[in-house]
Design a protein around this ligand. Sequence first.
Ligand SMILES: [Zn+2]
Length: 236
Amino acid sequence: MMRPLSAPELLTVWEENWQRPPLWQGVALLAAACPDASLTALMATPLGDFHARLLTLHQWHFGPSLTAVTTCPACTGVVEATIDVDSLRQGNDPPATSLEVNHDGAVLTFRLPTTGDLIAVGNAATVEEASLLLAQRCLVATPATLTPAALATASAAMEAADPLALIELSGACPHCGHVWSAILDVTTFVWREVTHWAQRTLQEVHLLARAYGWREDEILRLSPRRRQTYLQMAYG
Ligand SMILES: [Zn+2]
């Protein structure tokens, strides 16, 4: 089962993993929040489920919506998008683990890509190459000849079977009306929020320790509300 992390636990995950690649940071967050799950089990989680769990963790710690700031590719205006986590998850039932798709009269049987698969193809030069390598890894029964077209069919079927594995967001620019879509990198997004939170929290610890002489563990035990109130009293 998954549980929210305490402030000291979340700080420890951040401190121990801030230099690691993003996928490992996501694995580390879930390993801390799912103490009963082995690392092997987490790596074998289909990507959609991996993302869903990270989104739940985000909801618990940072609230029900994601705020992404990006630049419009047409007018370079700054665009802020707020995405409701529940709406992302809506209709996303846990997919079957083994799936089939027809290509040119042959049946391709595949399993869903996992975090472990994504880490394994991490060195691919392009997104296209990575998705073909993923498809190759996840086909469990392959026909005698595996053409690039067959791999592309399998790759598309994998994406369709696990919608949260690759989250595409589209919207219109409020400045110029340009419509475009972008991939939401859930792991990078959630880790960035963890980083902002950790920096904010340590700043609060620093200010309260300086004002009152309290220890870090004492300050972290205060609820965010109490911390804010003391900060206001000390610094106005
Ligand atoms: Zn624009």
